[in-house]
Design a protein around this ligand. Structure first.
Ligand SMILES: *Cc1c(COP(=O)(O)O)cnc(C)c1O
Length: 375
């Protein structure tokens, strides 16, 4: 049996929507873009949505629009996908890593406040694995110290925090529509904000620095990029969006089956989710292995699972310990002990909308065998 870590779930109707676009004369900057952006403003309650060709470019645009530049410090989490910190490096800003909480794996607000200096410009927090960060605390800190607050919600489309949807926190937020995310565009991302200035800047920069309204096509008023999201991708994301609630429910049901079946393996903990969150849209299914299975033993589990045809993931190896960050920026082990410890022990199991109970059984049985063999 071959079981991938993630697998896109695309319906026939969604394929038809993409094909329909191919028969029009709008392959970029057309009606599907507007439709996608409208769906996301309606969903999050934000005033403005600006689609981009990836979650990473969406983050980059926000950093630029906020004027974060060379030498500025941004406090962020090391327990995330690399893009949430790389976006700072694009503008030569300095990432300052605050450690995470051991239960939710999200940035620890108490540690954030201690790291603020006169150079701090922003806090960039991530709703990791779909679980919202502590936005109430983060908003308080940002307000008190007059810092920008950025929400990387790439993994949390549909999640809520105290009744408010993820993507609605901070000065600006992003979602991603990469194929392993809850909603897929192929490649794709989107920025959400209530600030017209941020919105205008992002839209202009995403489109080669053109004016956002009644500009000439070959007139460029600032440095821009081609970060536009094409109509085919927008059409797919729009069609998928109609199924979001069902997708969230499916993923939740799969997670519950995993939780139940894995409870017989004493060498691991199933995911913990705070009651505060109310609603959770799960991105991945990550278990925490016992201490004696950390590091090399975890790598061994991953390779043994692969031999059985089961793909597992190393979510997340802390960003500050990534080879590039160690070599070029001089980060060392020891600055974020919680993230480092968790990073050695977390293991992502196959998780996607149409994962069957039979497949789950095979994953659990295999994991059990391998753990018993190597522990
Ligand atoms: C997926 C992801 C991104 C980047 O999104 P892309 O669309 O792949 O560029 C950024 N941050 C986090 C936390 C992610 O999981």
């Amino acid at each position: 049996m071959e079981i991938p870590l993630a697998k896109p779930d695309i319906r026939e109707r969604e394929i038809k929507e993409v094909v329909k676009v191919l028969k029009t004369s709008y392959l970029s900057l057309g009606p599907k873009l507007k439709e996608l952006e409208k769906k996301l403003t309606d969903f999050t309650g934000r005033k403005y949505a600006i689609a981009a060709n990836s979650g990473t470019s969406a983050l980059h645009l926000i950093i630029q629009a906020l004027g974060i530049k060379d030498g500025d410090e941004v406090i962020t989490t090391p327990f995330s996908f690399i893009a949430s910190t790389n976006c700072l490096l694009y503008e030569r800003a300095k990432p300052v890593f605050a450690d995470i909480k051991s239960d939710t794996f999200n940035i620890n607000p108490e540690l954030v406040e201690k790291l603020i200096t006169s150079k701090t410009k922003a806090i960039l927090a991530v709703d990791v694995f779909g679980q919202s960060a502590d936005w109430q605390e983060l908003e308080k800190i940002a307000k008190k110290h007059k810092l920008f607050l950025i929400e990387d919600s790439a993994e949390a489309l549909g999640s809520e925090y105290k009744g408010r949807r993820c993507g609605s926190f901070g000065d600006a937020a992003i979602f991603s529509f990469y194929p392993n995310k809850q909603i897929i565009a192929g490649e794709g991302g989107i920025i959400l904000t209530n600030n017209k200035n941020i919105s205008d800047l992002c839209r202009s920069m995403a489109n080669q620095g053109r004016k956002t309204e009644d500009g000439k096509w070959l007139e460029h008023i600032r440095l821009g990029y081609n970060y536009r999201l094409d109509e085919l991708s927008c059409a797919l994301a729009v069609a998928q969006f109609g199924r979001l609630e069902r997708i969230i429910k499916k993923r939740e049901a799969i997670a519950r089956i995993y939780n139940k079946k894995l409870s017989e393996i004493s060498e691991l903990e199933t995911p913990v989710f705070s009651k505060n969150r109310i609603k959770l849209s799960r991105f991945v299914y990550v278990v925490k292995l016992a201490r004696n299975l950390a590091g090399k033993k975890k790598d061994k589990i991953i390779s043994e699972m692969a031999k059985k045809g089961i793909q597992c993931g190393n979510y997340f190896y802390p960003i500050h310990l990534q080879p590039f960050y160690k070599k070029e920026l001089g980060f060392k082990k020891g600055i974020c002990p919680v993230a480092e410890n968790i990073g050695e022990r977390t293991l992502a199991l196959p998780f996607f909308n149409n994962l069957t109970e039979k497949e789950i059984d095979f994953v659990v049985k295999s994991l059990k065998e391998i753990i018993n063999k190597i522990k």
